[in-house]
Design a protein around this ligand. Sequence first.
Ligand SMILES: C[S@@+](CC[C@H](N)C(=O)[O-])C[C@H]1O[C@@H](n2cnc3c(N)ncnc32)[C@H](O)[C@@H]1O
Length: 245
Amino acid sequence: MLKNLLPMPIRNQLRPTWQTMRRNWRENPASPTPAEWKPVRERAHRETDFDVLLGMAQDEFGITQVRTEISALIDRLRALQPQVIVEVGTHKGGNSFLFCNAVTSGQLVVGVDLCVQNGDKLVHFTRKGQRYYPLHGDSQTEAMKARVQAKLGGRAVDFLFIDGDHSYKGVKADFDLYAPLVRPGGIIALHDIVADHRTRYGRETGCYAGEVHQFWQELKERYDCEDLVENPEQDGFGIGVVRVR
Ligand SMILES: C[S@@+](CC[C@H](N)C(=O)[O-])C[C@H]1O[C@@H](n2cnc3c(N)ncnc32)[C@H](O)[C@@H]1O
């Protein structure tokens, strides 16, 4: 292999890049070419109807949201007009797609996940003047925070969406690390603030909302918060909105 000819310090420096390239290829080896994405992207860029865009987020990427909840969040973001957006826990990328295409003010969008699925496709679906940076790795580290900050280039975050590790420790770590990057007047949203039925009734349903609800109750005592919940009896889901002062 050509890389074996390189000196060890350089090989070590390049290792994370090779690992990311290998992971991207393994993740989506038969992805369609950008030429096939182009007409869909053009349709997305012309579209303003939220429901149509949500359908595209589902069909083209995959998204795990209750329609009325994500719609209410997008309404608030359309009012806020965020330019700098950070999403922790992108999964298949449906939310990132919406944050770029249903909220068109976004200029700089950073997505963090252990493995950001559909990263290339998300980059392809950005609009004119937008940049999307998929960052693979553990969000709960100072090293990842530094990588996010490097992409932000000194700009404050207008909107932070947290939907990564759902353990109490995990969601708190994400909040504690990334919330200080959000500017006064900005919004932080947490997904899965409603406890799932396993937690509430000991009934296994396959839905997992973890312990986000516990952390959410703590935030509600400290911040200006709003619950976007379709039905308080539902099994998980629910979006919590924090308005940063
Ligand atoms: C519930 S999914 C996110 C769903 C997505 N927001 C949606 O609505 O479609 C949680 C994601 O968090 C990611 N995740 C879990 N722990 C993480 C960590 N420590 N660092 C980064 N990402 C993490 C998982 O890989 C997974 O993709």
